[in-house]
Design a protein around this ligand. Sequence first.
Ligand code: NAD
Length: 499
Amino acid sequence: MIGGNIPTHLPEREVMSDVVELSNFIAGQWQPPQCQHWIENFSPATGEHIANIPCSSSEDIDLAVEAALDAAEQWSQFSINERADWLEKIADELEQRTDEIAQLESLDTGKPITLARNVDAARSVANFRFFANQGREFESEIFEMSDATNRVLYKPVGVAGLITPWNLPLYLLSWKVAPALLMGNTIVAKPSEMTPMTASLLAEVIEDVGLPRGVFNLVHGNGLDAGAPLTAHPDINLISFTGGTATGREVAKSASSGFKKLSLELGGKNATIIREDVDIESMMPGIVRASFLNQGQVCLCGSRILIHESIYDVFVEAFLNAVNDMIVGDPADDETELGALISAAHRDKVMSYIDLAEEEGGDILCGGGPPVGIPDAFANGFWISPTVIDGLTPDSRCATEEIFGPVVTLHPFSDDGEAIEIANMTDYGLAGSIWTQDVDAGSRMAEQIESGMVWVNCWLHRDLRVPFGGVKHSGVGREGGRWSLSFFSEAVNICVKRE
Ligand code: NAD
């Protein structure tokens, strides 16, 4: 059923023998790319050609920015409460289309349908509702002096350029679109060329709810032809980018000459620390989830497991049992826990790290290649079974560079101090988790880990009010809750002196 199961009722998409043709959405109009060049999009699970998307260029970006500029004045005139109402309408409409979002996301990314339904679709709706509520609760600050009153105004920044990756397509796009709209900005969004489907669905929803034309514009395309002109465009005032660290560096260079507001959410190489007092049995599902959710393609995944030496063998045996029990297979099946990797190129990159691990002296304890016995329908898909590697030094390339796949490395430590030292041994600083019965000790350790987020006895347990972002090479700035509202606005002080 995969590959043939594409909804065909969407009016803006032309469906030709199961290959969907997507368009850009600019100034409220669905348009082909000016250059008439297209990018082929493939199903990760089967390798089938499932869509053609615009290979947009600077001409399309120029049109989209112009549309966003034209709409800016009208959009900024709405009150924050009115804009919150628009977000709520978008959330309602997305919620109606939950099953469709889940199907498209699973088809486009190769992720299990249950994950797409429970995480991607649910969170995309929740993002719009959350920021609608943030808008309704939003209060500007007043600072009184003995002879004057200071008022802080939060003005729109202008046109926001939003660039997103392929691993959590609508989840991450909605995380940017909702606060950007709420604070009065207009938008040009460029989603990953590998996962275009749900961005188009969002544009359809935005059209259906009747958001004024030009407030939200969508330009499909690759990084060099569409992403780079967007970040360089002189009328883009703000860039929110989520993606790899190397790309983030290019985006930062491009944005800096125009002094654009910039948020960079980049890669990670996160440590999962297993203290000697952990309750292995009850914590194991959480630890496996942290290792392999979305085939390990979550920036927050714990790809290095640091284990106290006194429980090393017992833990590794229990971990391998749990990993071997995972159901890898048809993403459309409700039972499936692990699906395919995003592309042939990414599968090859992950495999090259597994080869490197062997060269670096690692021992592949399980996985290391495509799943055995994968049905014929998936023979041309991009698969790697969950892979566990032992015996690497913590400073090896496989243990310090981001692999972003279903691969974890295991490392022993002798005390908390050594665990922290190993955890901090990479250029990245996004997230981490600590598993222990002594939550005070775990919390103290958490403070010493160089990363933006640390979970104790859980992982990816998200309260949308908290700051989200990385340190070191994992990013610049914070999004989430009031940090998003602040990033997507310009705080302006008006000081009125009393007589
Ligand atoms: P990527 O950097 O290759 O691409 C991300 C986006 O940037 C895509 O839309 C791409 O087309 C665009 N792009 C590429 N080159 C560009 C350029 N020169 N200028 C402007 N845009 C350009 O990343 P990816 O492979 O899509 O995603 C995986 C990476 O994203 C991993 O490193 C992962 O850790 C990271 N990520 C981080 C977070 C976070 O919140 N920190 C969340 C998800 C993913």
